[in-house]
Design a protein around this ligand. Sequence first.
Ligand SMILES: CC(C)(COP(=O)(O)OP(=O)(O)OC[C@H]1O[C@@H](n2cnc3c(N)ncnc32)[C@H](O)[C@@H]1OP(=O)(O)O)[C@@H](O)C(=O)NCCC(=O)NCCS
Length: 266
Amino acid sequence: MHPDLPLSVGSLQEFQLRRPEASFTGWFYSLGVEAYELLKPFASDILHPDEMRYFTPLPAERRRISFLLGRFAAKRALRPCLEGVEFADINLVPGIFKNPVVCCPMREPWQVSITHSDAIVSAIAFPMVHPMALDVESINAEKVPAMATQIQDGERAEAIRCGLDIPSASTLLWTAKEALSKTLHTGLTCSFTLFKVHDLARINEAELKGLYTNFTQYKFHAWIRHGCVLTMALPRRTEIIFESGRPHLPAPIQDAGASGNSIIKP
Ligand SMILES: CC(C)(COP(=O)(O)OP(=O)(O)OC[C@H]1O[C@@H](n2cnc3c(N)ncnc32)[C@H](O)[C@@H]1OP(=O)(O)O)[C@@H](O)C(=O)NCCC(=O)NCCS
């Protein structure tokens, strides 16, 4: 690995996946999109040669940022699980439905899930025996009409009963559906109405949870902070535990130093 590669640009957190019969460890990594300028000179140290062949000719800056930072976040999350494997030796190959497949020497099979918003890029690494995924979205009132096409009235009403305003409620429901679609690897190739949610409940000021009507074996946890919703879909009987209580989401640059969000109505 290049000695100057700035490994400390984001935040790495371990989490526990506790089930009645077994426990697993996973890793969460998150960083702000402004890290792109710092990481860009190290692209060939971060990306596998196959990933470099995709990245180098990319014309759109937005995709260059999401691809490089997404790969970096996923490899940072994988690093504690893979002893002595260099970033550039890990190839995150897109599956036929675009799900990232970890290709590198591994003692046990690990999987990653990647998500990007306009401000944040996050990834988790977790054992393949324990399916899960994540999604992050900025809360933006302009996106509400598009999200509304995939949200049923009852779902929105439940989210509003939990004290969310309409943009936050819509974003939370959308991310819950997208996170399950990634867990199942379908993505948007099937109707999001299948991923109907119910039993939404607030755990604390910034964390909510809920269940899926048609996929009763899964649940989701969502954290709202710094104008973003981060949601993880995971097996229903798994308790997810972060030592610090929640995944760390970086504050957008203009908000750095702000204490947190205020998008949940009092
Ligand atoms: C999954 C999906 C809903 C994510 O939407 P998005 O707005 O790009 O959202 P995010 O930024 O949160 O997530 C993007 C990441 O999700 C992952 N992803 C994409 N499709 C995925 C799938 N089917 N299953 C699991 N993860 C998937 C990828 O890692 C991707 O990042 P990358 O391209 O940099 O590797 C959307 O990409 C999708 O529907 N993909 C599958 C459909 C598709 O493209 N099919 C083409 C072949 S039929």
